[in-house]
Design a protein. Sequence first.
Length: 123
Amino acid sequence: MPKILVVDDARFGRNAVRRALAQHDFEIVEAENGLRGLEQVEATQPDFIFTDLLMPEMDGFEFLRQLRGKGCNTNVCVVSADIQASSKKLAQELGATEFVNKPFKTEDLLEVINKALDTVKGS
């Protein structure tokens, strides 16, 4: 069962992802900010990560920066209401493989997860 980490300061945001994926065979792990997200990465070694950008303590940009700095190559999808081209570009430069706008559709989340996991399986 693939393990998905959801990093978002809003409980509503974490719950929305959990509900969207509930009908599918995923184990969901949550963190309320980037700092906790890094701890969860070390503790649970997720197969895929969703992260928000705007969070207290450690935002999504710094989370991505530190994640890659630690040598973690897990695919990360940014899920954010921040639709600025500069934010998308920076997230991509920091290692995000996908970007999904909030509010999202379940199909969008499943598509990026399946694409990433198929790529991993195909390696």
